[in-house]
Design a protein around this ligand. Structure first.
Ligand SMILES: NC(=O)c1ccc[n+]([C@@H]2O[C@H](COP(=O)([O-])OP(=O)(O)OC[C@H]3O[C@@H](n4cnc5c(N)ncnc54)[C@H](O)[C@@H]3O)[C@@H](O)[C@H]2O)c1
Length: 267
């Protein structure tokens, strides 16, 4: 049978590989025969080619991690993230967007035509169009230091998790357009609530009942980490070779139910 995903022998970089969706995606990529270089601030258990400790809040640490990567990278998966409280909003947006962008731009310099990037954002980012002025404000900063300075100067505009996820969506779309000329694809994926170590933190922020009332997928249960990892792997695969600039909702119709008015959207 033809291998329509095409990961065998491919050089893949993945962040957030220690737990949750990133760990699940790492296992899928190993099963598909990819050479996996995994980055996380926590220890990585999977038998990857290389596990690199990195704190995405720190530009120098990201540069040091990139220096350990192969000269040619075929695919990048951005899965690492912080949930917001109890972490400060500054740390959350540094990890979720400014650090993600810094790593992505560095890895893009090692990618050639046919390369692809897939990042995990969130259904929590779905209000990005209404907040475009602030989203562009951060996304237009040229580098990590300028991004951090923008965040420090705009503590009200940076509400942490939701803002960081809006920025991933805008960055993905804009870079996807710019990267057409290099034949590199960029997409993101918006999960509905998923059973990972992060989910209890969302319950603590508002309440389990609030999350389930307003954000649970219409099918009536949380997703498993694998139910996010597999579509993410698909986005960066050969099977999706004509897909770029997409924010793929993996939510069993949650966003669709808000869009058609079957459910009230809070964002
Ligand atoms: N779980 C959900 O319900 C849900 C819903 C929507 C979006 N998401 C997003 O999915 C992605 C994966 O999260 P998850 O749910 O698997 O949670 P998780 O907490 O299991 O995974 C997050 C990973 O990011 C790593 N990480 C955190 N801070 C880091 C830092 N400073 N530097 C490097 N790595 C760091 C963690 O160690 C962990 O391995 C995240 O971007 C998250 O925002 C999760």
């Amino acid at each position: 049978m033809r291998d329509i995903l095409g990961y065998a022998g491919r050089t893949v970089v993945i962040t957030g590989a220690a737990t949750g969706m990133g760990a699940a995606a790492t296992q899928v990529l190993l099963d598909l025969g990819a050479e996996v270089h995994a980055l996380d601030v926590k220890p990585i258990a999977a038998p990857v080619k290389q596990a690199i400790a990195v704190d995405l809040r720190d530009a120098a640490a990201i540069d040091a991690a990139v220096a350990k990567l192969p000269a040619q990278v075929d695919r990048l998966f951005n899965c690492a993230g912080l949930p917001g409280a109890p972490f400060p909003n500054l740390d959350t947006t540094l990890v979720n967007f400014v650090g993600l962008r810094h790593l992505t731009e560095a890895v893009l310099s090692r990618m050639s035509a046919g390369g692809a990037v897939a990042s995990i954002t969130s259904v929590g980012g779905m209000g990005w169009q209404k907040n475009l002025e602030n989203v562009k404000g951060l996304c237009d900063t040229p580098d990590f230091a300028a991004g951090q300075a923008w965040l420090e100067a705009h503590p009200k505009e940076n509400n942490g998790y939701l803002f960081s996820k809006q920025c991933i969506i805008w960055y993905t779309k804009r870079r996807a357009v710019e990267l057409v000329s290099r034949q590199i694809r960029m997409n993101c994926l918006s999960p509905a609530p998923t059973d990972t170590p992060m989910l209890p933190t969302f319950h603590q922020q508002v309440s389990k009942e609030f999350i389930e009332t307003h954000f649970l997928a219409p099918i009536g249960r949380n997703a498993t980490p694998e139910e996010m990892a597999e579509p993410l792997v698909l986005l960066n695969s050969d099977a999706a070779r004509f897909v770029s600039g997409v924010n793929l909702m993996v939510d069993w119709g949650y966003v669709a139910s808000v869009e058609v008015g079957a459910r009230k959207g809070l964002l």
